[in-house]
Write a protein that binds this ligand. Structure first.
Ligand code: ZN
Ligand code: MN
Length: 444
C-alpha cells in the first residue's frame, strides 16, 4: 500500500459508582424502568445545582495513574455546549483545558508506546430510543443514564494498524476491570470506542498529520472496531488514489452492510463554546492525596504478571492466562496457599485451573485443591493396576462370581465394594464397574 494509517482513539468508560456524577441518583440504571433514576439535577431543571462525586473523581485519577499519566494539581470542569434531546441542560459538564490526567502512555507487545493525551471526567447523556407508538414514529428519552460518571481516555494518533488498536483496547478494558472502577462491558455500553482514522503517504518524510480525519462511531465490539478501521483504510485509500481528499466527518459502522456510513460532518472544538462550569468550584489536589490514591490502588496486570513469573514455577504463557483477570489471579494465589498444606505445587494448580476450565463462580480455592488431591489418587490407578486388583478380588470371591453369572447381578455392588477396599477408596467406581462387567462375562 502507498499509504500508512494514522489512527487515534477516544474511549468512554462508564464508572460503576453507586451514585451519579453530580446528584444522588443511583448510577446503576441498566435494565431499570425508564426515568426512575432521576432528579432535578440530572433532568436539567432550572435552578438545580450539581455537586461533584468524589469517588468518581478519584477513580478517574486512578485510571490516569494506571496509564502513567501526570496528575496536575489544579483542575476544573467546563461546559460543552450543544443541542440534542438527550442533553436537557443544553450542555454537558466535561473538562476542556484542565483535565484531571495528562501525558500518559501504554506500551504494546511490539514495544511501541501509545501516548495517552488526556483522561478526563464528564457526565453521560440520556438515552434515546427511536420507535413507533400508536403508529407514529417517536423518539423516547430515558434519563436514567443522564449524569452517570463517564471517563474519556484520548490517545495521540499513534496506532499504525487495527491490531494495535485492539490490543490497546483489551489492555485498557483489563486495566479498568482490575481497578474495579468499571465493568467495561461493551454490549451494555459501559465502554464505547471511537477510533479516528486518516492516511498519509508512506513516502512522506515528515510525520505531519493528514489534513483530515474520519471519526468512527457505533462500534460495540473489538471485532467491529477492527473491521471498521480496516474498511475505512481501504475506502480512504481509494479516494486518495483518485487524487481527492476524504471528507472530515463522523461515520458509523454498519454491521449488516459491513461498511461505514456517513453520519454527520465533524464539529470543531470551537463549535462547542467551551467555558468554565460556574456552578462547580475549581479543584485542587494536595500531593499527599495523589500519593495516598496511588498506594490504595490494586496491583495492576503488568506488575502482577512480573510478580507471578518471579514467585511461582509456572510457564510464561500460563502466567499470562492466570493474570488476565483479577478474579482468576486471586483464585490461583489463594489455591496456592491452601495447596502448600497438601504439598501441591503452584505448577500443578496452574495446570489444573487452565486445563480443567474451572467455574470460579461455583468453586472455592480449597475445593479446587480437594479435587486435585482426589484426581491424583484416582490417576494413580491406571487400568493395568486396577485390572490386577479386580482379578484378585474375583479369585477370592468365587461364590459372588457364581451368583452373578446365575443372574444375581446386584452382587456387583458387593464386588465394587471389595475392589474399593483393596484400592483404599481411590479408584473411579464407574471404571471399576466397567472392568468387573467385562471380567464377569462367562467363558471368555
Ligand atoms: Zn439525579
Ligand atoms: Mn466525551
Amino acid at each position: 500500500m502507498n499509504y500508512e494509517p494514522v489512527i487515534g482513539l477516544e474511549v468512554h468508560v462508564e464508572l460503576a459508582t453507586a451514585s451519579k456524577m453530580f446528584c444522588r441518583c443511583s448510577a446503576d440504571y441498566f435494565g431499570k424502568e425508564p426515568n426512575t433514576h432521576t432528579c432535578p439535577v440530572c433532568l436539567g431543571l432550572p435552578g438545580a445545582l450539581p455537586v461533584a462525586n468524589k469517588k468518581a473523581i478519584e477513580w478517574c485519577v486512578a485510571i490516569g495513574l494506571a496509564l502513567s499519566c501526570e496528575i496536575p494539581l489544579s483542575s476544573k470542569f467546563d461546559r460543552k455546549n450543544y443541542f440534542y434531546p438527550d442533553l436537557p441542560k443544553g450542555y454537558q459538564i466535561s473538562q476542556y483545558d484542565m483535565p484531571f490526567c495528562v501525558n500518559g502512555s501504554l506500551t504494546l507487545k511490539n514495544g511501541r508506546k501509545i501516548t495517552i493525551q488526556r483522561v478526563h471526567m464528564e457526565e453521560d447523556t440520556a438515552k434515546l430510543t427511536h420507535t413507533t407508538v400508536d403508529g407514529a414514529k417517536v423518539s423516547l428519552v430515558d434519563f436514567n443514564r443522564s449524569g452517570v460518571p463517564l471517563v474519556e481516555i484520548v490517545t495521540a494518533p499513534d496506532f499504525e494498524n487495527s491490531e494495535e488498536v485492539v490490543e490497546y483496547l483489551k489492555k485498557l478494558q483489563q486495566l479498568v476491570r482490575y481497578l474495579g472502577v468499571s465493568n467495561a462491558d461493551l454490549e451494555k455500553g459501559d465502554m464505547r470506542l471511537e477510533p479516528n482514522v486518516s492516511l498519509r503517504k508512506a513516502s512522506q518524510v515528515s510525520k505531519d498529520l493528514p489534513s483530515y480525519k474520519v471519526e468512527l462511531k457505533n462500534i460495540n465490539s473489538f471485532k467491529f472496531a477492527q473491521k471498521a478501521i480496516e474498511y475505512e483504510v481501504k475506502r480512504q485509500a481509494e479516494i486518495l488514489d483518485s487524487k481527492k481528499t476524504p471528507l472530515q466527518e463522523t461515520r458509523g459502522w454498519n454491521e449488516s452492510s459491513q461498511s461505514t456510513v456517513s453520519q454527520r460532518s465533524k464539529e470543531e472544538a470551537h463549535d462547542y463554546r467551551y467555558f468554565p462550569e460556574p456552578d462547580i468550584p475549581p479543584l485542587n489536589w494536595h500531593e499527599a492525596q495523589i500519593k495516598k490514591l496511588k498506594l490504595s490502588m490494586q496491583e495492576l496486570p503488568a506488575a502482577k504478571l512480573k510478580r507471578f513469573q518471579k514467585d511461582y514455577e509456572v510457564r510464561d504463557q500460563d502466567v499470562e492466562l492466570l493474570t488476565r483477570q483479577r478474579e482468576i489471579a486471586d483464585f490461583f494465589e489463594e489455591a496456592v496457599k491452601v495447596g502448600l498444606k497438601y504439598n501441591i505445587s503452584s505448577k500443578a494448580i496452574a495446570n489444573f485451573i487452565i486445563n480443567k476450565k474451572v467455574d470460579f463462580s461455583k468453586t472455592l480455592p480449597a475445593g479446587l485443591i480437594k479435587n486435585i488431591v482426589n484426581s491424583a489418587k484416582t490417576q494413580a490407578f491406571d487400568d493395568e493396576k486396577l485390572e490386577k486388583i479386580v482379578e484378585k478380588v474375583l479369585s477370592e470371591n468365587q461364590q459372588a462370581v457364581f451368583d452373578y453369572q446365575k443372574g444375581k447381578t446386584a452382587v456387583i455392588m458387593f464386588l465394587i465394594g471389595q475392589v474399593q477396599k483393596e484400592a483404599k477408596g481411590a479408584a473411579d467406581p464407574a471404571q471399576v464397574k466397567a472392568i468387573l462387567i467385562e471380567k464377569l462375562k462367562p467363558n471368555r
